[in-house]
Ligand binder design. Structure first.
Ligand code: HEC
Length: 137
């Protein structure tokens, strides 16, 4: 007889709790909580808006209200060449574990969600019109 150990239950519960918490704190009408695995740029954008824009700004310029209280400046993701030399593996690690004033996300987002949001922030400096954000204020 083999003993099976089920792993991942805790993570799922934590994730569900987080999605509910986000839904309560930021009632975004378009937010549907099913985007768990990699869902492309649209999903990445929703994850970004719900979790990251508070500091990094809706357009990724590092001008979110949350950034004003921080000691270290929030980087401008839209600066041309900002992502140059930064590998996906590095960024995935950084988003998962946090850096400086930036919190770790590995306990709140699934690896799939981190990948989605990572692809989205990488797309921000893209000059393609559909990836250009109008100024949010
Ligand atoms: C509480 C404010 C805050 C939130 C929320 C936040 N960040 Fe950050 N983030 C920062 C700050 C401040 C830095 C700069 C840290 C440093 O260099 O000391 C940073 C840095 C980064 C960097 C590093 C860029 C580089 O220099 O290589 C990435 C990538 C990043 N954030 C992605 C995200 C993503 C994705 C989310 C949402 C899941 C997020 N951040 C949420 C404050 C925040």
């Amino acid at each position: 007889m083999k003993t099976r150990i089920f792993r991942g239950g805790r993570g799922t519960v934590a994730l569900f709790g987080w999605i509910c918490a986000v839904g309560v704190l930021f009632p975004v009408s378009s937010a549907n909580a099913h985007g768990v695995s990699t869902g492309g740029l649209e999903t990445g954008k929703k994850i970004y808006r719900m979790n990251c824009a508070i500091c990094h700004g809706t357009g990724g310029r590092g001008d979110g209200v949350g950034s004003r209280r921080l000691k270290s400046p929030t980087p401008d993701f839209t600066r041309p060449g900002f992502w140059k030399g930064k590998s996906d593996a590095y960024l995935f690690h950084l988003i998962s574990n946090g850096i400086g004033d930036m919190p770790a996300w590995s306990d709140r987002l699934t690896p799939g969600q981190i990948t989605d949001v990572l692809h989205y922030i990488r797309s921000l400096p893209d000059p393609a019109p559909e990836n250009r954000q109008p100024p949010s204020r």
